[in-house]
Design a protein around this ligand. Structure first.
Ligand code: NAP
Length: 301
């Protein structure tokens, strides 16, 4: 599909794209760059790129598809660094978890003859780094493309085929809609997880080990989300503030309703809310976005 693709940022998502592109034979050459010499060396040991470059310009030069896979806070600087190295007709894309701010930061540096098409794969794990990636990460998951108003339809189609080749299903939507949807499905759950784990950590001094010891009762599932990369998540909240604040306000309203139901002993409100929660879980399983196995398929509780 491409003679050369360049991946900037060789962590979980960058390395997974490389593994999956190899599996799908989507590029003759996969070039990789990371700002960290240590990450470059470790990427070389795992071996998912054909060429590795300490110089970002060398990685991008000749690339028909260039994908930014670093935390989104680095995008503006990277876009400035690569602009004179981008080939005429190349597609410049990314994987950032927010899209409006990415368009704001990257667009000023995109040459007129380059197709900038932002993207976000809704797939990941709580692990980071070049060893964390794997070829099947995107299989059956969704990737959202958020083309900018003058995006070339043929380039959008080509990027769509690329993501399908990586195993993903693809949707196209407006960046602001993406940011609102992801604020509720991804960003708010991470904020809640970081918050509940922080509260429990403070209580831990009171309970002396019991929060950790009895974590399988529910707390443990929050700790998985709360172990995600702090840099990446700091950048998400700094760059999707309006949408996060909107859904957070709604969340606080709903939490107050539950708080009042507990105070008033209103079992009906609690029962109805919990019943709706169960239905959402069933719907996620029905569309194949999670396993129906008890306890997420863990064989021990
Ligand atoms: P990651 O595993 O931490 O990898 C990011 C890599 O980028 C690291 O190796 C980092 O090096 C490197 N980097 C940082 N600044 C750089 C720069 N200026 N130039 C070149 N390389 C740089 O993170 P990730 O989970 O793959 O996330 C990458 C992107 O994917 C983020 O934008 C995130 O929003 C998006 N995303 C993540 C997930 C997820 O579940 N993790 C899912 C979908 C989308 P250092 O470690 O040395 O800083």
């Amino acid at each position: 599909m491409f003679d050369k693709i360049a991946i900037i940022g060789l962590g979980l998502i960058g390395s997974s794209i490389a593994h999956a592109a190899r599996r799908g034979k989507l590029a003759k050459e996969i070039a990789g760059h990371d700002a960290s010499a240590d990450v470059l060396e470790r990427a070389g040991v795992v071996g998912f790129c054909d060429t590795l470059h300490a110089d970002i310009g060398d990685a991008v030069e000749g690339g028909e598809l260039v994908i930014l896979c670093t935390p989104v806070g680095a995008y503006r600087t990277i876009a400035e660094q690569i602009q004179q190295h981008l080939e005429e007709g190349a597609i410049l894309s990314d994987v950032g978890s927010v899209k409006g701010a990415v368009i704001r930061d990257v667009t000023p540096s995109v040459p007129l003859d380059v197709h900038f098409i932002p993207a976000h794969p809704i797939a990941g794990t709580e692990f980071s780094g070049p060893e964390a990636g794997f070829a099947t990460l995107f299989d059956g998951r969704w990737t959202i493309l958020t083309p900018v108003p003058n995006s070339d339809p043929a380039a959008v189609e080509k990027l769509k085929s690329f993501w399908q080749g990586l195993g993903s299903q693809v949707d196209v939507m407006d960046a602001s809609h993406h940011d609102l949807v992801l604020a509720i499905t991804s960003h708010l759950p991470h904020l809640i997880a970081y918050n509940i784990v922080g509260t429990a950590r403070d209580l831990e001094e009171v309970t002396e080990g019991e929060v950790i010891k009895y974590s399988a009762s529910g707390f443990r599932d929050f700790t998985r989300i709360a172990s995600s990369d702090p840099t990446m998540w700091r950048d998400v909240f700094l760059n999707n503030r309006a949408a996060v604040l909107e859904v957070l306000s709604r969340f606080n309203d709903d939490l107050r309703v539950l708080q009042k139901a507990v105070e008033d002993g209103d079992g009906q409100v609690l029962f109805d809310t919990f019943t709706r929660g169960r239905a959402i879980r069933r719907a996620i399983i029905e569309i194949g976005q999670d396993t129906s196995a008890p306890n997420f398929g863990r064989n021990k509780s």
